[in-house]
Design a protein around this ligand. Structure first.
Ligand code: HEC
Ligand code: HEC
Length: 397
């Protein structure tokens, strides 16, 4: 065959290959676009289909879709506004989504449900943001995390867990990611809260009890008239709670400084601070030992007992559980690793406001004074090995 005859065949082959690649490229992109979407919160699964769909529609109306994010009208201001921050909030949120996808999605998942592809190998599990609870905060009892708390956890990670420290990210990027974490938390939490409200009348369980046709008609009225304002109200209410956590009045700030461990306790001046810390630790008032164990190893009797869920039913396995339903061990206080930070002020805040979403109680509002909490901080730092010069005999009486 001559080269002349071959040329059109070669051109045809190249043409075909090009054509197929272009088609594949577009199909792949279209497939990818369809692939990533926000999943609806599992709390919607108890609802009859039309009400579940209405929750999806309202979520998209208020928060947008994965490909077309919206800043909720009920939270129209920039969430985190460092002084040097430029750019439209909308643009910042899109950037934030890209950063989150790159750095966080593998563990925390598309929806922030803590179910990314790497989640199954981790214990403790990555946080599900959609409950709106952050464990280690500087804020008052029951309050959400401040923007600073979230920035710090991303910058420093959580020692002793799979949550890494993102030292390579700039403050600017971290501020944006925090916006997106709050966005995911609000989106999921709004869906969860509205579903629980709607389930009172429109769950599958309700539908199976009475006349289904009547209920469907009633549901249509609810969807048209009541659901949109309820959805807006709830997203606004939840946003306001996040905003409140940034108010300086919500930060736990003790008035004084701790005494040195071998100085007199400010609560019980006749004994040393560290001695009083130990007494409180073992006392009925403190009850620390019932969870953390007499020696602080995290093996108190509550870790082997069976406990009840908030709805009154029993957990299948013994031990304490957190708000996400995972077994949670009281910290081994002799190990020297504090997940919530190991500065005295961090440990103070942990005892004062508890570990949110876990059985670790908030003692600041249930009986311990500032001076007593400082004594406990001294004792815990001793247990963690910070004061090797203090001998056992200190505690002889
Ligand atoms: C390798 C897995 C992994 C990656 C990547 C990761 N996390 Fe985490 N994250 C975790 C784990 C595990 C926890 C739970 C630790 C615990 O319960 O103490 C956690 C907890 C958190 C918490 C909750 C803190 C608290 O006090 O409750 C926040 C917020 C968080 N991560 C944000 C992020 C953000 C933002 C990114 C990306 C910049 C990220 N994480 C990347 C594993 C990861
Ligand atoms: C009902 C059980 C319970 C009691 C009582 C209890 N704790 Fe805890 N504590 C826990 C659990 C569970 C955790 C771990 C929570 C987590 O991080 O997920 C914890 C965590 C902590 C932490 C956080 C450590 C860190 O890694 O940052 C400190 C500090 C602490 N407890 C001190 C105390 C002290 C002091 C007392 C008594 C005044 C006490 N606890 C009483 C269950 C308890």
């Amino acid at each position: 065959m001559t080269t002349k005859k071959l040329l059109p065949i070669i051109a045809l082959v190249i043409g075909c290959v090009l054509f197929i690649s272009i088609v594949c490229f577009f199909m792949f992109n279209a497939w990818k676009k369809r692939e990533v979407e926000f999943a609806t919160h599992p709390a919607t699964n108890q609802l009859i289909p039309s009400v579940k769909q209405a929750i999806v529609d309202n979520s998209n109306r208020v928060y947008g879709t994965y490909k077309d994010l919206k800043i909720p009208q009920t939270a129209p201001v920039q969430w985190t506004t460092p002084a040097d921050e430029k750019g439209e909030p909308q643009h910042r949120l899109l950037n934030a989504q890209a950063l989150y996808t790159q750095h966080c999605l593998m563990c925390h998942g598309v929806n922030g449900a803590g179910d990314g592809p790497q989640a199954h190998i981790l214990n403790p599990k990555p946080r599900d943001f959609r409950l709106g609870i952050v464990k280690y905060t500087s804020t008052e009892v029951g309050q959400k995390a401040s923007t600073d708390d979230l920035q710090n956890v991303i910058k420093n990670g959580i020692a002793g867990t799979g949550m890494p420290a993102f030292k390579g990210l700039g403050n600017h990027e971290i501020a944006q990611i925090v916006d997106y974490v709050k966005y995911l938390a609000l989106r999921g939490d709004t869906e969860r809260v509205v579903s629980i409200e709607a389930a009172v009348d429109f769950s599958e369980a309700q539908a199976s009890k009475g006349n289904r046709q009547d209920l469907l008609e009633e549901a249509n009225r609810f969807i048209e008239e009541d659901m949109p304002p309820i959805y807006d109200e709830e997203s606004e209410r939840l946003f306001d709670i996040w905003k409140k956590a940034d108010s300086p009045s919500q930060i736990v700030e003790p008035e004084g400084l701790p005494p040195a461990p071998t100085e007199s306790s400010l609560a019980e001046p006749s004994i040393l601070s560290i001695e009083n810390g130990r007494r409180l630790y073992l006392s009925k008032k403190g009850q620390c030992a019932s969870c953390h164990g007499e020696t602080g190893k995290g093996d108190g009797e509550q870790t082997t007992q069976f406990h009840k869920r908030p709805d009154g039913s029993n957990y299948e396995e013994p031990g304490l559980h957190d708000a996400w339903g995972h077994v949670v061990k009281p910290r081994d206080l002799t190990y020297g690793v504090f997940h919530g930070g190991r500065r005295p002020i961090d440990i103070y805040r942990r005892i004062y406001a508890g570990v949110k979403g876990t059985p670790m109680p908030a003692y600041g509002t249930s009986g311990l004074s500032e001076a007593e909490i400082w004594d406990l901080v001294n004792y815990l730092l001793y247990l963690a090995g910070d004061f090797p010069e203090i001998s056992q005999e200190t505690f002889s009486h």
